[in-house]
Design a protein around this ligand. Sequence first.
Ligand SMILES: C/C(=C\CNc1ncnc2c1ncn2[C@@H]1O[C@H](COP(=O)(O)O)[C@@H](O)[C@H]1O)CO
Length: 205
Amino acid sequence: MVNFKKVCVFCGSNSGYKKIFSDAALDLGRELVNKKMDLVYGGGSVGLMGLISQTVYDGGCNVLGIIPTALVPIEISGHAVGDVLTVSDMHERKAEMARRADAFIALPGGYGTMEELLEIISWSQLGIHCKPVGLLNTDGYYDSLLGLFDKGVEEGFIRHSARNIVISAKTARELIEKMETYAPCHNQVASSRSWNVEDPGIANL
Ligand SMILES: C/C(=C\CNc1ncnc2c1ncn2[C@@H]1O[C@H](COP(=O)(O)O)[C@@H](O)[C@H]1O)CO
């Protein structure tokens, strides 16, 4: 059983056209509150980011938004709730997200969400961290991405064991339950020590 307390959520700066996506963000937020988990996220109050951060904040859990200086102006990200850590660029933001959270979940989103998700998956494969990575596949939004991962295995670009890095489910509750039983089974390319990870929190739960 993996215990995690701080969950980094990657999600859209837009809400998507269907109500089911907003409902999924609210549902994940409530699930985090029920489990007394804190939120680390991209720091905006726009789109699904705004919905989940407000829900977790209103539920009395800690919310930490990590935002690059360039996105701070209110018209870009809105007014974030909770604590805000301003960082110099996107690289520092992702490093801080990875360091401060002990699990990651991607909700539906666009390029930004997908890029954050894929980087954290590849960091797990490389051995930079061994934290659970969940994909909330609301309304089958990520079916084709999951199909692409399967294709990667089939065609010899992704190891079968590394395919298990990505935990997916259709509901927040099921996803968190699966993530709580996550045990990495892939051969990490290099040990966390060889990545010069000074803070052991980045590598281990
Ligand atoms: C583009 C728009 C607003 C941009 N505002 C953002 N504020 C905070 N964080 C952001 C913003 N845009 C992207 N991010 C990060 O990427 C993810 C969302 O990107 P996506 O392309 O919308 O999926 C999110 O997790 C943030 O970390 C107005 O539409």
